[in-house]
Design a protein around this ligand. Structure first.
Ligand code: A3P
Length: 354
């Protein structure tokens, strides 16, 4: 199958598929690769790929684009608050972030619905979907339609690279790209992949590092994702943020966002947003993208509780440099080599935390 983006869909087969399914039992529905690029996604992506590629973006859209675990949720919360609740008084601010800032390809991870079939009435995404598009069929892509019909200005999340999004994206709307050093990404993604049942990673940390180095984690090569964005960094509609800079100087980075977004916030509003979006406050509010929730009297187990108890939930540590507590010298050397090979010639330098 060929997508309108020009990518060929290649399902994972044989020993490669077996290995993935053994280590990630959450991918029981299989995986696909998109060539070129080796982007690794679930088969459901094929049902939304062309519609995402042809998505009609509006001038007022703001897209937060990241590879997983780079600080997407943090950035979404900052930007949503800047755009909608600068005085921290918006009534919707306690709703889960993905119902306020839709995740365009999230249907890729949602259970497939048959035409006319509806999710349970209190599924938080279905509640948001019903409010925004009451007459649409959720089986036709609940998250994609939520994104499409969301009131302006839309704050859209994606983990897809530029090459799978609309080719006119940057010429139409603003994009905020968030990058993070690969060592902290590995630690954070390893936790996330064990935490979330949809991945259910059961392999070792050392194997997880190798999956990353081989570009075999879901979404595929981080270096290529980053490279596609870095090459566009001088476009007036692209704003680049590094997690480490946001962590070291949130006020300075939020001021840059204020200038990029033309939000014209006061010093008091900027200070308020820094505090409101600190790790401590976001963790205390816990309106995370994913959580276990009650649905028609039954707990929907999105997270592995034993991982939450032992190692924390979605808001794990929120620090730069935690990789130093997990990496062996061999792992460190391998990741340094990977950076050298794939990214150093771009003139891009990671900060590895204290
Ligand atoms: P850690 O696992 O290192 O703690 P994403 O939203 O892209 O999935 O990224 C999640 C990472 O961002 C996690 O990193 C999470 O704890 C961290 N994070 C979330 N909110 C944060 C905040 N307000 N400040 C700093 N880090 C935050």
């Amino acid at each position: 199958m060929k997508l309108q983006s020009g990518h060929e869909v290649v399902p994972l087969e044989g020993s490669e598929k077996e290995k993935q399914l053994k280590d990630f039992p959450g991918y029981a529905g299989g995986l696909i690769r998109l060539m070129p690029g080796r982007w690794l996604l679930t088969p459901m992506f094929q049902t939304v790929a062309d519609r995402i590629y042809n998505f009609q973006h509006k001038k007022s859209d703001v897209v937060v684009m990241t590879w997983p675990k780079c600080g997407t949720t943090w950035t979404q919360e900052i930007v949503w608050t800047m755009m909608n609740s600068p005085d921290l008084d918006h009534p919707d601010s306690r709703l889960p972030i993905l119902t306020r800032s839709p995740f365009i390809e999230n249907d890729t991870f949602a259970p497939a619905l048959k035409p006319g079939e509806v999710p349970p009435s209190d599924d938080p995404f279905y509640v948001a979907f019903k409010k925004v598009c009451p007459n649409k069929d959720p089986a036709d892509g609940m998250h994609l339609q939520l994104t499409k019909h969301f009131p302006d200005p839309r704050l859209i999340k994606t983990h897809l690279p530029f090459s799978l999004m609309s080719p006119s994206l940057l010429d139409t709307c603003k994009v905020i790209y968030v990058a993070r050093n690969p060592k902290d990404i590995i630690v954070s993604f390893h936790h996330h992949s064990r935490l979330m049942k949809l991945h259910n990673y059961v392999g070792s940390f050392a194997d997880f590092v190798q999956y990353f180095l081989d570009d075999d984690l879901i979404y595929g090569p981080y270096w290529l994702h980053l490279k596609e964005a870095w090459e566009r960094r001088n476009h007036k509609n692209l704003h680049f943020i590094f997690y480490e800079d946001l962590k070291a100087n949130p006020l300075g980075e939020i001021k840059k966002l204020d200038a990029f977004l033309n939000t014209e916030l006061t010093d008091a509003q900027l200070d308020g947003i820094v505090k409101y979006t600190s790790f401590k406050e976001m963790r205390a509010r816990n309106n995370a993208p994913i959580f276990n929730y009650e649905q028609e009297g039954v707990t929907v187990e999105v997270l592995n509780d034993e991982v939450v108890k032992k190692d924390g939930g979605f808001f794990r540590k929120g620090e730069s440099g935690d990789w130093k507590n997990k990496f062996t010298p061999e792992m460190d050397a391998k990741v340094n080599q990977w950076v050298q090979k794939n990214l150093n010639n771009l003139g891009l330098e990671f900060k590895y935390g204290i």
